[in-house]
Design a protein around this ligand. Structure first.
Ligand code: UDX
Length: 446
């Protein structure tokens, strides 16, 4: 099927390349001429493992092209995927101006029946709003709106697109469902479950899923605080919880709080939607509050590791992106961490395998280094803020020699406390009380 994907950000680019790989003819459209020119030269503007290969394969096979000509893309497509940004406004609600603009352009240039698919995460009711725009400003052609939320994780977006746990389709008529099954034919034949429901339910499935995942993270982060107070080990607690099939082991990794372009935005959006309809979504409000508190708590953890005073101290930060395998800094826990430590008088050296360019636009007076060892040079403490694989196998002897003081604060629980103690470090982590290090676990294989 001929498809237009509007917006070439994380979601739009992966969706466009993925749909082309499924055999559809896809035009990815953006207003940013520079971005489109770069894509036409095979340059991918974001770091997403595997995206460059799938884009170049489909471009050379003639199934994927890039353009800034939205009217032409609308005219030549049967289905139009809206994948433009819905950034949070100051009050936490989603800013829909880009979605509205696209809807009006579609209404203006429709030249036959069109399937309009909302791929971006949009507030409940957006599908109806688009339908209204199409009817009022339309030119008599039929535009049917379908909600098809994405569940892509940055860093594994291609895999998540190719092998999703489910495809959610919110539609109001059978023909639209059949068209979606045709678009996603390879998944349909792979027996990937299709959840077919109405538009509002599909829009809510996305928010509810992200809201629940964020809840799991804030929950385990508060359990980690309890572990530190009680002398328990949060990784054992998470393991013991996760083996309960009703809970599941995923998203129970304690850390410095969640970041990214989705969890913070989607949790505040769903709380905002509830508030607009007169309901206080208390759990979502609490999840957000806890997340902010946990991020701030990490500053205190580093200050405490240096006996309560970091004034004039040099602190090395490994990892800046909100998670590994991405260059994305949006809402990264590293941002409040570095700002907080600088407010306490520390000077910061930092390194990240992919996010340095984006970090350079955010931080002032941070010394950016080219690897973990240069970052550690002369530092009074080393902080692991993002669990990139290359930080999992540091040469600890070399690190200890480079540091002024053998202090490591591991916000991602990458290392084993007992091993770190035996290597001569003052080792602080998340949810693993120091005295666990002293107590020999009788049975646990490490
Ligand atoms: C998320 C959802 O997973 C995805 O389905 C949705 O489409 C977009 O938002 P993403 O934000 O890319 O994906 O990353 P994810 O892997 O979910 O991690 C989000 C944040 O939670 C990161 O900051 C990560 O470090 C943190 N996290 C994740 C934890 O702190 N603990 C965990 O156990 C898992």
């Amino acid at each position: 099927m001929d498809i237009a994907v509007i917006g070439t950000g994380y979601v739009g680019l992966v969706t466009g390349a993925g749909l082309a790989d499924f055999g559809n003819g896809v035009i990815c459209v953006d207003i940013d001429q520079k971005k489109i020119d770069a894509l036409k030269q095979g340059k991918i503007p974001i770091y997403e493992p595997g995206l460059d290969k799938i884009v170049s394969r489909n471009v050379s096979d003639g199934r994927l092209q890039f353009s800034t000509d939205l009217p032409e893309a609308i005219r030549s497509s049967r289905a139009i995927f809206i994948a433009v940004g819905t950034p949070p406004k100051a009050d936490g609600s989603a800013d829909l101006r880009y979605v509205e603009e696209v809807a009006r352009t579609i209404a203006r240039y429709m030249n036959g029946p069109k399937l309009i698919v909302t791929k971006s995460t949009v507030p409940i009711g957006t599908g109806r709003m688009i339908e209204k725009i199409l009817t009022e400003a339309g030119n008599g052609h039929k535009g049917t709106v379908v909600s098809n939320p994405e569940f892509l994780r940055e860093g594994s977006a291609i895999e998540d697109f190719m092998k999703p746990d489910r495809v959610v389709v919110g539609a109001s008529d059978r023909e639209s469902v059949h068209l979606m099954q045709e678009i996603y034919a390879p998944l349909h034949s792979l027996e990937i479950p299709f959840v077919v429901t109405n538009v509002e339910s599909a829009e809510l499935i996305k928010y509810a899923s992200n809201g629940f995942l964020a809840t799991k993270i804030s929950f385990i982060n508060e359990i980690a605080v309890l572990c530190e107070l009680l002398g328990a080990d949060v990784q054992d607690v998470a393991r013991g919880m996760g083996l309960d099939t009703r809970i599941g082991p995923k998203f129970l990794q304690a850390g410095p709080g969640f970041g990214g372009s989705c969890f913070p935005k989607d949790t505040s959006a769903v709380a905002d939607i509830a508030r607009r309809y007169g309901y206080e979504f208390e759990i979502m409000e609490a999840v957000l509050r806890v997340n902010d508190n946990i991020k701030q708590r990490m500053v205190g953890k580093v200050v405490d590791a240096l006996c309560g005073d970091v004034k004039g101290k040099r602190i090395a930060i490994l990892g800046l992106a909100f998670k590994p395998e991405t260059d994305d800094m949006r809402d990264s826990p590293a941002i409040p961490l570095i700002n907080g430590l600088q407010q306490h008088g520390a000077s910061i050296r930092a390194y990240d395998p992919q996010a340095m360019k984006n970090a350079g636009k955010i931080f002032e007076s941070v010394t950016f280094c080219h690897d973990a060892y240069q970052t550690a040079e002369g530092a009074d403490a080393l902080v692991i803020a993002t669990e990139w694989n290359e930080f999992r196998s540091l040469n600890l002897e070399r690190i200890r020699k480079l540091l002024q003081q053998p202090v490591i604060v591991d916000l991602r629980n990458v290392y084993d406390p007992r091993r770190m103690q035996s290597e001569g470090f003052t080792y602080v982590s998340v949810g693993r009380a120091d005295d666990v290090v002293k107590r020999k676990p009788l049975w646990r294989e490490r």
